[in-house]
Design a protein around this ligand. Structure first.
Ligand code: HEM
Length: 170
């Protein structure tokens, strides 16, 4: 069974706010500009709200529903390759690892960017460099995230994107 699980509106809204603003900051908005900074603050707000949502909701978006586990992720990948099936409702164990990693990387990137604007660190070149390094690592993780969705969609014929898109629940 490869049914689509459609995420609740809060998860979808925060996902696309974070995704669009991260990509805009990385590729489009001038580094260090006011719009770049505002986008960064909104990203922090959206991720923090999503994490709080994960503490109160009783849906598969609840944080305790997708604790990261490397052995479970490897078992899952082996099973998908062998069967072409992913019947998880919510994040599968491989996705779970990536999602925790992306949240951590996004927050480190955003907070180090914020730090560069504080009086105490205004001349701290090391902090600007750290911010850039983490932005690049986050971009790498996002590229893996999007590639994994493409590969999983091909292997299982399940449309993961539809589950994160704005549409009525099926
Ligand atoms: C632009 C193309 C993108 C597509 C098509 C996409 C699609 C998806 C999908 C389908 C999921 C759910 C996966 C599952 O069912 O387990 C997901 C989750 C997630 N994605 Fe993306 N994504 C994209 C870009 C991004 C970007 C740029 C970021 C970060 C900067 C990002 C961060 C996340 C996070 C943090 C989650 C977990 C969502 C949650 O549980 O709140 N995604 N994405």
């Amino acid at each position: 069974m490869n049914k689509i699980y459609v995420w609740d509106w809060f998860v979808r809204l925060t996902h696309w706010i974070v995704a669009i603003l991260f990509l805009a900051n990385y590729f489009v908005l001038p580094k260090g500009s006011e719009p770049h900074q505002i986008a960064g603050y909104i990203v922090i707000g959206a991720v923090v709200l999503r994490l709080l949502w994960g503490l109160v909701t009783h849906s598969p978006a609840r944080l305790s529903e997708f604790k990261p586990s490397i052995p479970k992720a490897l078992d899952h990948i082996r099973s998908v390759i062998a069967t072409g099936e992913d019947d998880h409702v919510g994040h599968n164990p491989a996705g779970a690892i990536m999602i925790w990693a992306m949240w951590a990387l996004i927050l480190i990137t955003a907070f180090t960017g914020w730090g560069t604007q504080l009086d105490a660190f205004i001349h701290a070149k090391w902090l600007r460099e750290t911010h850039e390094i983490f932005a690049n690592i986050t971009m790498l993780a996002v590229a893996v995230h999007i590639s994994a969705i493409v590969v999983m969609t091909r292997l299982t014929h399940r449309s993961y994107v539809k589950g994160m898109w704005f549409q009525r629940k099926q």
